[in-house]
Design a protein around this ligand. Structure first.
Ligand SMILES: *Cc1c(COP(=O)(O)O)cnc(C)c1O
Length: 378
């Protein structure tokens, strides 16, 4: 073994199709974490595979200063799909980089440095995004970080009102906190954040890296609250596993060309993967499907918990972003789900089982998950 950053699970995965992963010994796993929400349209969606293969055969890479059809198409698609008015697109290679760019753009557009982020929030692991991330454990060994970040309690309008002032560059919010335990924001809170930042001349940045591309029942989670931010970041599911992040921003935030950059920005193969992924999401109306299936799954989990007196404290979320708070450690539940039931999910803190299934799951998959959970917790 030579990798050292990740601890690995005792299962070697060889292939994937739709909501399933297959181990090298042939065992089938139902992937209800979509491998960190990345397999939004399912593993190896044929349209995405085809687009990637075709583009790879034609041109693998050209520097971002030369227009190339796949990138031009993605700029247009993201600008069209983004909430109205945030149609400037910066492409990069991960979620944390999309947030780094958002921080830089907001600082430069406002001339301010102070950033407001939230307790329990997660925005990535590079030094800027990490500075906006709440958990001490992620930060302590690496300090000093890219400072001037003030933390407020997520959901507390008054605290936010006190923190936002004319020295604020940006407020960063996840419309539903993911890593922090699946906590959806009250739409009222997002609207308050909009008003406060507008009054102060600060940028409102929504980190939709986990909530976006249809997961929460609308293409972007902020749409459900009727709030348009100045900056929106996306990554994870947007290119089906090829590394792509995007920072979408309003005109007043957008930089002059050359102020920020990255060699791999908008390579044609990742762009082709993102174009095909977004096409599938739109053509199959997966956001609506995620809303419906999320409702079904949540109800079924609640019913099973009540009927079998399962040690479940709470079930919460939006669409197919669901947290099941359990009374014993989530990691043990997740291990038993994987090894005994062939179902994969994710933790969100110590006590929350996090479900981020591919948006293409059907009721039969939800039923299988609920049976597995009942088996493990019962
Ligand atoms: C995963 C995630 C990130 C970081 O994305 P990476 O691609 O891992 O750098 C940032 N914000 C949120 C909300 C995330 O879920």
């Amino acid at each position: 073994m030579s990798g050292f950053v990740f601890s690995e699970k005792p299962v070697a995965i060889e292939s994937g199709e739709g909501p399933y992963l297959y181990a090298d010994d042939g065992t089938e796993y139902l992937d209800f974490g979509a491998s960190y929400a990345v397999a939004a349209v399912g593993h190896c969606h044929p349209k995405v595979v085809e687009a990637v293969q075709e583009q790879a055969a034609e041109l693998m890479y050209v520097q971002a200063s030369y227009p190339v059809a796949a990138r031009t198409e993605l700029y247009g698609k993201l600008a069209t799909l983004a909430p109205e008015g945030i149609d400037n697109v910066w492409l990069c290679n991960s979620g944390t980089e999309a947030n780094e760019a958002a921080m830089k753009f907001a600082r430069s557009a406002t001339g301010n440095s102070k950033i407001i982020a939230t307790k329990r929030g997660f925005h990535g692991r590079t030094l800027g995004a990490l500075a906006m991330t709440w958990k001490r454990k992620y930060k302590a060994p690496f300090e000093p970080l890219a400072g001037d970040v003030e933390f407020v309690s997520y959901g507390d309008e008054e605290e936010l009102a006190e923190a936002v002032d004319d020295e604020t560059a940006a407020v960063f919010l996840e419309p539903v906190q993911g890593e922090g335990g699946i906590h959806p924001a009250d739409p009222e809170y997002l609207r308050a954040a909009r008003d406060l930042t507008e009054e102060a001349g600060a940028a409102l940045a929504f980190d939709e890296i986990q909530t976006g591309v249809g997961r929460c029942g609308t293409l972007w989670a902020c749409e459900a609250a009727g709030v348009t931010p100045d900056v929106l970041t996306t990554a994870k599911g947007v290119a089906s596993g090829l590394p792509l992040g995007a920072t979408l921003c309003a005109d007043w935030i957008a930089e002059e060309p050359g102020d920020h950059g990255s060699t791999f920005s908008g390579g044609p193969v990742v762009c082709a993967a993102a174009n095909a992924t977004l096409d599938v999401i739109v053509e199959e109306d997966l956001p609506t499907h995620a809303g419906d299936l999320g409702g079904y799954l949540t109800e079924r989990v609640e019913e099973a918990a009540a009927a079998h007196d399962l040690p479940v404290r709470d079930v919460r979320g939006r669409g197919l972003m669901i947290g099941i708070e359990v009374k014993r450690g989530a990691n043990r539940v997740l291990r038993d789900l994987a090894l005994e039931e062939g179902v994969l999910a994710l933790p969100a803190g110590r006590s929350v089982v996090r479900l981020l299934p591919p948006l293409v799951v059907e009721e039969e998959h939800a039923d299988r998950f609920v049976d597995a959970l009942t088996g493990v917790l019962g």
